[in-house]
Design a protein around this ligand. Structure first.
Ligand SMILES: C[S@@+](CC[C@H](N)C(=O)[O-])C[C@H]1O[C@@H](n2cnc3c(N)ncnc32)[C@H](O)[C@@H]1O
Length: 207
């Protein structure tokens, strides 16, 4: 069986950018999660969309709710499409594993993007989430449910997905001062997404 790039999946997105843009479902089945996220935010809150893709439909929906959204993606081809879709939005090209924006947000979304990282690269991302969130900030991400890898296919390219176990995600969230607000496993109304929503409440430790 043909297998592809498992370390830098964004390079695959450079090859399939147009195909992804044409085939990405745009019916906003994620709306209930985005709306729940928004209940924790104020008008003009700052949202970081990590692995934003073309911005359609998620980033666009959030923009329409008057939120200030910044998009990050590692694929230059994908980002070119995003910039065309939303010319007035700030997009930053970065591998999320090396993200260091020196700015904090009120929410971070990593929808169907964080799960493209190999399992061994995922734990360190929780410190990155922490570093980019204000206290009481919300993290919304999708993941797998069992430790390992899974392969999909798009535009003739194999597409890698990595995952920790549910228990490992729970432990990482707790260790990084996140409390789980919602964990929906394999939501049939949302493409069987495994969705996490968590609130960052940093515990200030006294020495
Ligand atoms: C399935 S798409 C999801 C895009 C968008 N979040 C959405 O829901 O439509 C995955 C995106 O993650 C990006 N990506 C993959 N690995 C990445 C990485 N290490 N850092 C930043 N972005 C990455 C890809 O370039 C691609 O745009």
């Amino acid at each position: 069986m043909k297998k592809g790039n498992s370390k830098n999946v964004f390079e695959v997105y450079n090859k399939i950018a147009d195909c992804f843009a044409e085939n990405r479902y745009q019916g906003l089945m994620e709306k209930k999660y985005l709306d729940e996220l928004i209940t924790h935010l104020d008008a003009r809150s700052e949202v970081l969309d990590l692995g934003c893709g073309t911005g359609i439909p998620i980033l666009g929906y959030l923009r329409n709710q008057n939120l200030n959204v910044t998009g990050v993606d590692a694929s230059d081809k994908i980002l070119a499409l995003a910039k065309k879709n939303f010319p007035s939005t700030l997009f930053i090209q970065s591998d999320m594993r090396h993200l260091s924006l020196n700015k904090k947000f009120d929410a971070i979304i990593a929808w169907h993007s964080f799960f493209h990282l190999p399992a061994e690269d995922q734990p360190a991302m929780f410190a990155t989430f922490e570093a980019h969130l204000n206290p009481n900030g919300i993290l919304l991400f999708t993941s797998g449910t069992t430790h390992g890898e899974a392969w999909g296919s798009i535009g003739g390219e194999d597409l890698f997905h990595g995952s920790l176990s549910t228990r490992e995600y729970q432990d990482l969230l707790t260790a990084h001062d996140f409390s789980v607000l919602k964990h929906q496993i394999n939501d049939p109304d949302c493409g069987n997404a495994n969705v996490w929503m968590a609130k960052y409440t940093p515990v200030f430790k006294t020495v």
